[in-house]
Design a protein. Structure first.
Length: 265
């Protein structure tokens, strides 16, 4: 996978981190979270941070041993441990990236675009009407956020809309769900959703819409230098062979972070 990507032609959470360490990325999506299912409240522990170029991250996915990062009009493969760009391609702007058996989906600008996960070349596209803020794959469906408290479940092969999931946000009544990361907890598909404009993520059960956990991301955002009003979580991906660890970055962030989610009272 990495060799194929290297062969590409380079183209023109509510409010609130430092050494660099090496960690390969995973090939599966979604990845088991490895977190105790009895825990409902977590905090982010920063394990490493890697310098970033303040790109406008709008999706992060693991493909082989590289991170594929969606930065709007450019999608690129980067080395997790160094942040070095291995390959990149100019594409139609969009938000959200998800790896499925059909390929690598991106959504935005009225279309869902399926890319080859190795070459990043476009395979096909489908028209969508809903706004896209985040995307992930739960093992059965594409899960899409649109900046509201609902999630859209789509066919993994065609991106056709199957149903809407209304999240029970009694404690998060004004939440705007953004970047997504699908996980499996005790065999049940769930999704971590960044609450846009805050320092928090919430975990949602895809079958019921219930909020099953939350995570305080203050450890990342309090040390990330302010970079403007669009400084929000823009990428979440799993760490290969490291259960319960995530790669996380934000729109215009100076760094990409490797974090662990630790239970808190």
């Amino acid at each position: 996978m990495a060799a194929a990507l290297l062969a590409l032609t380079a183209c023109s959470a509510p409010h609130r981190v430092a050494h660099v360490s090496s960690a390969p990325a995973t090939t599966a999506s979604p990845a088991p979270a490895g977190l105790r299912s009895t825990s409902r409240h977590f905090r982010a522990q920063v394990l490493a941070r890697v310098p970033n170029d303040r790109a406008d991250a709008r999706g992060l996915e693991l493909v082989g041993d590289l991170l594929v990062e969606n930065t709007g009009p450019v999608i690129r493969a980067v080395a997790p441990a160094t942040g070095e760009i291995q390959a990149q391609r100019t594409v139609q702007p969009g938000n959200g990236t998800a790896l499925t058996p059909a390929g690598l989906w991106r959504t935005g600008a009225g279309a869902a675009v399926l890319l080859d996960p190795r070459s990043l070349a476009e395979r096909r596209r489908a028209t969508i009407t809903e706004e896209s803020w985040g995307l992930c794959y739960d093992g059965t469906h594409l899960v899409q956020s649109d900046g509201s408290t609902r999630l859209l479940l789509r066919d993994r092969d065609t991106a056709a809309l199957i149903r809407e999931l209304h999240v029970d946000t009694r404690e998060w009544s004004t939440a705007q769900l953004g970047e997504l990361h699908c996980v499996i907890i005790d065999g049940r598909p769930q999704v971590w959703a960044a609450v846009t404009g805050t320092d928090w993520m919430i975990r949602v059960d895809i079958a019921s819409g219930a909020v099953t956990a939350d995570a305080d991301l203050t450890a990342i955002t309090i040390a990330e230098l302010p970079t403007g009003r669009d400084q929000v979580i823009g990428g979440i991906a799993a760490v290969q062979d490291a259960a319960g660890e995530l790669w996380l970055t934000g729109r215009h962030y100076h760094h990409r972070y490797r974090i662990g989610l630790q239970p808190r009272p």
